[in-house]
Write a protein that binds this ligand. Sequence first.
Ligand code: PLP
Ligand code: COI
Length: 354
Amino acid sequence: MTETLDIKITKTTHSRLAETDFDNLPFGKTFSDHMFVADYADGEWKNLQVIPYGEIGLSPAISALHYGQSFFEGLKAYKHADGKVTIFRPDKNAIRFNKSAERLCMPTLPEEIFLQSMAAVVDLDREWVPSKPNHALYIRPFMFATDPYLGVTPSATYKYMVICGPVGPYFSKTLRVKIETYYTRAAEGGMGYAKAAGNYGSAMLPSRKAAEEGFDQLIWTDAKEHKYVEEMGAANAMFMLDGKLITAEAKDTILDGVTRDTVIALAKEWGIEVETRKVSVAEIIEGAKTGKLTDAFGAGTAATIASVGSISVDGEEYFLSDPKTREFSQKVLATLDAIKYGRAEDTHGWNYLV
Ligand code: PLP
Ligand code: COI
């Protein structure tokens, strides 16, 4: 039996629920009424609390701001037709959370704090979980260094927090994607596998340049030769080539996505051959030219299953089939939704009841 943690709860005196427009929810701009905060000091996590969502006071010298000891996770809570609320596979995020912590020389967080912190906020804010199709409560756990010290050493103190907000899909349209062959997201020995804040900051300039050229997302390639597809900015890149599901191996340059893992599990159950291996840009382009590339999508918590409409490399754009006609990604999306929203039996135990 897991121990129930002692979490102090202070409820808001003014809920913002009634003034929130659930028909207009741009990703990441609306926050629910409460948040979780805990402090790490003297080698332990303490002061576990849920408090009203709001600003927090911090020293301008905290090392998270200067040296990037900061990382996050992303999960979603779903409302079922009978009113039940479940979080999708949080045990996987708990493991990845601690991989990020270790890579950044930060303290790990016991799984029960990770799970119960989210459950405490989502439970209090369950009215914030949208009931519309394709909508969910996005959960953002994060940790950052709080020592007010400008020496470049790991901080001795940290904050762990959880904030939440109702969201619709992150991408509202089929993606026009560019294969990046100059900039690099992550190199071997780097921290690509961690959900480090710095990975996202370093992606902003190349992403902005791509957006100025009309692209919605980048597909990152390997740092050495720019010949192999790694992942997208906010999702893992997955392809159906010649009847096989192929995706890059989740090694040290790639985030080991929960959605990626889930798609692979479903594909295997459906008898589809899955290859996690080096995926060359050349074979993807060849597949797009010959029609053997029958599906391409980004898989992620925020992104869900985001169809790729065209892939560009070195100024050439290759168009793929109409996403509505793609058998695999349509079936994956429908199956995933049915499980997450409780319309299909959760045979894998992926839904964590709040
Ligand atoms: N890759 C990157 C860089 C991401 O930011 C994300 C989003 O979390 C993913 C992949 C997909 O991971 P997951 O399915 O666990 O959300
Ligand atoms: C998520 O899917 O949770 C992500 O982290 C994507 C985010 C960077 C918008």
